[in-house]
Design a protein around this ligand. Structure first.
Ligand SMILES: [Mg+2]
Length: 367
């Protein structure tokens, strides 16, 4: 219920580091653990939940530096707080961990507002659809052939995904073999590949064309670093349909999205609600892409994206990322379960429908 004068009266942030279920690598990084920073904000007896995937230092940034600007603010005005926090981090830089922190806080405040109004978040935002399409994503370059085939097969045949994505670029000589394994495992489903910026422009054009012709790959993500916008633009111009070039997972603010769009660097723009400014940032970026007639696809953290994406006009799909799905299902009640390659918000619950299970997370707390 709307209560004039209500203020946010508390904010907490805590980091948890969980080991992966097996070693993971993409074209430019290897890792064996993932850190999630969980944020709760409170007002009027309700608690809003948000989180981000980043370094544990984000928790300290929220509790030590941003907290005094969050407490006392209006829980019904998340975009006003978003403006305040963006201004507050000016001298720290608006990209990277500051954006992670603002994203987690913003999603928590939107969740809180919806709970105070006793509405599902998607209803508060304005639903455009009742479910969203997911694509299976993992296919790490550390996987054996058997692991790769089994993971992709499960997504297509058990979860009903109509598309899956694998990592490429760690060992280019081995990628044709891995793409062959993937194609055999998924039959006629769409096959995506993600180089995480591992290639140069000429290698990307050559490998993109070959992957499309030989294995029907129709999505090439970050062939070169997203910092190389001219490189992305050049590659896009040399990849014929149906192959699409996608990038955007390192967008931390609206200007970074504008630069990719204005340079015609992508066929599909990506962004991540845990990096790009939370619900407030994601909706602005998706709308900006729409103004360029470019579809939008969300990166990772599927449970946290679900409600906001149901309000996005130009949505293509959401990345069902193995590492984050595992963490979300382990730590949060209400994490979505795919049916026929789709997930849907639970409209019987207020907010984003997620509850953090602290007892399950406690062994992984970062102190
Ligand atoms: Mg990617």
């Amino acid at each position: 219920m709307r209560r004039p004068g209500l203020q946010i009266d508390g904010v907490t942030a805590q980091a948890f580091t969980l080991p992966t279920d097996s070693p993971e690598a993409d074209g430019t990084m290897t890792w064996s653990a993932t850190t999630v920073i969980v944020v709760h904000v409170t007002a009027g007896g309700c608690t809003g939940l948000g989180y981000t995937y980043s370094d544990a230092a984000v928790a300290r940034l929220i509790e030590a530096t941003l907290k005094h600007r969050i407490v006392g603010s209006d829980p019904f005005a998340p975009t006003k707080l978003w403006d305040t926090l963006q201004a507050a981090v000016r001298n720290m830089g608006r990209a990277g961990m500051t954006a992670n922190a603002i994203s987690a806080v913003d999603t928590a405040v939107w969740d809180l507002k919806a709970k105070l109004l006793d509405l599902p978040l998607v209803t508060l935002l304005g639903a455009r659809r009742d479910h969203i399409e997911i694509y299976g994503s993992g296919g790490f370059t550390t996987y054996s052939d058997q692991q790769l085939a089994q993971q992709l097969h499960r997504w297509v045949h058990d979860a009903g995904c109509r598309a899956v994505k694998i990592k490429v670029g760690t060992d280019p000589a081995r990628d044709p073999h891995r793409l062959e394994i993937a194609r055999c495992a998924i039959g006629d489903a769409a096959l995506f590949m993600d180089a995480n910026g591992a290639m140069d422009v000429k290698a990307a054009i050559a490998s993109g064309r070959r992957a499309m012709e030989a294995w029907g790959v129709c999505w090439f993500e970050e062939p070169v670093s997203s910092d190389d916008i001219e490189g992305l633009t050049a590659i896009r111009a040399h990849l014929p349909a149906p192959m699409e070039l996608a990038a955007g997972e390192y967008i931390y603010n609206v200007d970074m999205a504008r630069q990719l769009l204005a340079c015609h660097a992508v066929d599909v723009l990506q962004a991540d609600i845990t990096r790009c400014g939370g619900v407030s940032g994601l909706l602005r970026i998706a709308d900006l892409a729409d103004a360029f007639h470019i579809p939008f696809s969300a990166h990772c953290a599927p449970a946290l994206h679900l409600h906001a994406l149901c309000a996005v006009r130009n949505l293509r799909h959401l990345e069902w990322f193995h590492d984050h799905v595992r963490i979300e299902q382990r730590l949060f009640d209400g994490a979505p379960v795919p049916h026929d390659g789709r997930i849907a918000p639970d409209l019987t619950q207020p907010g984003c429908g997620l509850t953090f299970r602290y007892a399950d997370a406690a062994p992984f707390a970062v102190h």
